[in-house]
Design a protein around this ligand. Structure first.
Ligand code: CDP
Length: 237
């Protein structure tokens, strides 16, 4: 008989790591937020909308979203050289593309919304935690969005489709498959879908169903974080 699949931390296959979210963690920024899933922690901060420098990058028809992403050196166990890398530039672009479909920057020509996403603890799924924190930071900064974007990495480990893969799982099994997904959960629109590894069509469909269910759970955590900020403002009046 095949051995039942067991997750290292005892989670069910469709269970997220414990999540936390908080707005306003960088007081000097126009908007900011922290998003945590298990041991992965992302901080996002927004500056702007502000005039684009250099001027030749300005657009007359709309504002720009420019995202910087990086792992802080102390966020990983291995040695991580401070400063940008090909990986960090690519993930910055991935985060930008995951958020843009939810945004309308047509009211801010010549300006940019500069979004900074830094990972203080990495245990896999950092681009997804980064997107979750970034959507909250944009909301905190008052940037209009059609809806919040929520993200999670699903995938296949030892033949089992699971949600919210951690680093132990990512390094487990012979051919683990990692699928970061971002969605606008209410409209069901997928804004990011990457796939590293191999998966059958049926498995991909069940992985996407898991992602959809989890993104709705994530969006609830994000909404609670927004409510928490407004409730505490009311209370301090
Ligand atoms: O973090 P994410 O899953 O979005 O992207 P990845 O490039 O697939 O990285 C997976 C994980 O590998 C990260 O979350 C870190 O835990 C780890 N990693 C690391 O330890 N050192 C690096 N230089 C890059 C990634």
């Amino acid at each position: 008989m095949a051995k039942a699949f067991k997750r290292n931390d005892g989670r069910k296959v469709d269970e997220m790591r414990p999540m936390e979210a908080k707005l306003g963690v960088v007081k000097s920024a126009e908007g900011s937020a922290m998003f945590k899933a298990g041991k992965t922690i992302a901080i996002a901060a927004v500056r702007g909308p502000r005039e684009v420098v250099p001027a030749h990058k300005q657009r007359a028809d709309r504002g720009l979203l420019r995202c910087t992403y990086d792992l802080l050196s102390f966020s990983v166990n291995d040695r991580k050289r401070p400063g940008p890398s090909r990986r960090s530039s690519e993930i910055g672009m991935v985060i930008e593309n995951a958020l843009l479909p939810a945004m309308d920057l047509s009211d801010w020509p010549y300006t940019s919304v500069d979004l900074y996403v830094y990972i203080t603890q990495a245990d896999a799924g950092t681009r997804c935690a980064g997107i979750n924190a970034a959507a909250l930071a944009l909301a905190d900064a008052g940037i209009p969005m059609k809806e919040l974007v929520s993200a999670v990495a699903v995938g296949k480990v030892d033949g089992q489709v699971i949600v919210d893969i951690d680093k132990h799982e990512e390094d487990q099994g012979e051919f683990p498959t990692d699928i970061p997904v971002a969605m606008m959960p209410n409209s069901g629109k997928v804004t990011l879908l990457q796939l590293d590894g191999k998966i059958t069509k049926d498995e991909l469909n069940s992985a996407l169903k898991l992602a959809e269910k989890s993104c709705k759970e994530i969006q609830e955590v994000q909404k609670q974080a927004i409510r928490a900020k407004y409730v505490s403002k009311e209370e301090s009046k």
